[in-house]
Design a protein around this ligand. Structure first.
Ligand code: B12
Ligand code: SF4
Ligand code: SF4
Length: 328
């Protein structure tokens, strides 16, 4: 990770930052790709990408009018990922357990606040962007020199792969930091991600997905109403999110091989380990069936898992009942 007198490198490492970058550019370089994607309706059923917030994504000043620069951080979930790949479990996305079981929106907001408090620049204002804001965050990280857009559409960092969450601090001042140098494509002739995707969601020409085909959409975003995309039952038993197109990416091999340490889960979320790694599917289903939606969501509050609620979880588990991981 690079060093700067403005940022405390030791603190960043303690907070799980793999790398960081800086940009003064408010307009996404890949905007036309995003606009074509939504014009072609490839985002559906994710309507929040084409409503009034589509316009806001064109320029960071629509989100934070005082914008002059941004610091962008890559927060690791590599250790959770390594653990998940090594253990027998219900298959869940790595990010869900990457922040000690806490929902990353909450966990990273706190970490960004800690970072901002450590920056000693007078009258500096901060605006946090972590997933939920109308900001093209992969492009923000690209502009900050943190990686390239892989064919699986992930932002990939040459040294650290793609198992990280992108979070940004938009600032009202320029900082004495060199802007990131734009990375170039390192995918070459590889097509492993598109070949491995069980639902054929990836278009390697445009480096985007058909959102309606992605297991992540089906299991996290549209949890109640949709049918499983074709090919879902050929997956590894994904019950919450999907990392397949990252797990096969050669750029994630070295970073995972470097990971040491155990999976850390906060004491208050320790039940997750039991539910997800000790109970067989039938036991988890029966448990959820006996809960009211309210009490089930209350139990999961603060984790990444509460969003689909009882109905969504039962749908996710049921869709996999005949899968190859039926022995779980
Ligand atoms: C909507 C969304 C989804 C949707 C759609 C995903 C998609 N690929 O668009 C769904 C629900 C499917 C999804 C799934 C996941 N998501 Co998501 N998602 C988002 C969200 C909210 C918006 C993304 C978006 O605008 N997509 C529209 C497409 C067109 O834009 P894009 O993905 O940024 O792609 C850019 C490049 O591909 C480029 N581009 C496109 N074509 C071309 C062609 C060329 C030649 C070039 C050079 C560039 C280029 O332009 C695009 C626009 O900038 C962002 C957070 C945010 N605010 O940005 C997180 C985000 C993209 N997701 C993230 C994650 C972690 C995931 C999952 C791994 C979660 C999981 N395990 O289930 C999966 C991964 C699936 C995948 N392979 O993308 C991370 C990605 C981190 C990273 N390393 O890239 C983000 C950035 C959240 C965050 N703050 O960290 N997600
Ligand atoms: S996350 Fe899974 S379903 Fe979505 S594109 Fe990647 S491999 Fe395909
Ligand atoms: S699997 Fe291959 S093609 Fe896909 S993102 Fe990784 S390097 Fe690029």
């Amino acid at each position: 990770m690079k060093e700067s007198p403005i940022l405390n490198g030791k603190l960043l490492r303690e907070l799980g930052v793999l790398d960081w970058g800086y940009t003064e550019e408010p307009i996404p370089y890949s905007l036309k790709h995003f606009e074509k994607w939504t014009d072609d309706s490839l985002h559906l059923p994710l309507n929040y990408l084409s409503d009034h917030r589509r316009e806001m994504r064109r320029d960071l000043r629509h989100v934070f009018p005082e914008f002059k620069s941004a610091l962008v951080f890559l927060f690791s979930y590599q250790s959770a990922k390594k653990w998940l790949l090594d253990e027998k479990h219900h298959s869940v996305a790595g990010y869900t357990l990457g922040f000690e079981g806490e929902d990353y929106h909450r966990a990273l907001k706190a970490r960004l606040t800690t970072i901002s408090e450590s920056i000693d620049v007078p009258d500096l204002k901060f605006f946090h962007t972590i997933d939920a804001q109308p900001v093209l965050e992969r492009d923000l990280a690209y502009r900050a020199g943190l990686g390239w857009f892989g064919k699986n559409s992930m932002l990939i960092n040459q040294k650290e792969g793609s198992y990280f969450i992108i979070a940004g601090l938009l600032l009202n001042k320029k900082l004495p930091i060199e802007q990131g140098r734009l990375d170039v494509d390192h995918c070459g002739q590889c097509t492993a991600c598109a070949d491995a995707c069980p639902t054929d969601a990836i278009d390697i020409q445009t480096r985007t997905l058909q959102a309606s085909k992605c297991i992540s959409t089906f299991t996290i975003e549209i949890f109640k109403e949709a049918d499983a995309p074709e090919g879902f039952n050929d997956s590894r038993g994904e019950v919450f999110g999907c990392d397949i197109c990252q797990d096969v990416c050669p750029w994630n091999r070295k970073p995972l091989a470097r990971v040491i340490g155990e999976l850390k889960i906060k004491e208050s979320f320790s039940y997750l380990k039991v539910w997800l790694f000790e109970w067989p599917k039938e036991k988890l289903q029966a448990f959820i069936q006996n809960e009211s939606n309210r009490s089930f969501r209350k139990k999961l509050f603060g984790t990444a898992f509460d969003r689909p609620g009882k109905k969504g979880w039962l749908k996710n588990l049921k869709a996999k009942i005949n899968s190859s991981r039926n022995d779980l």
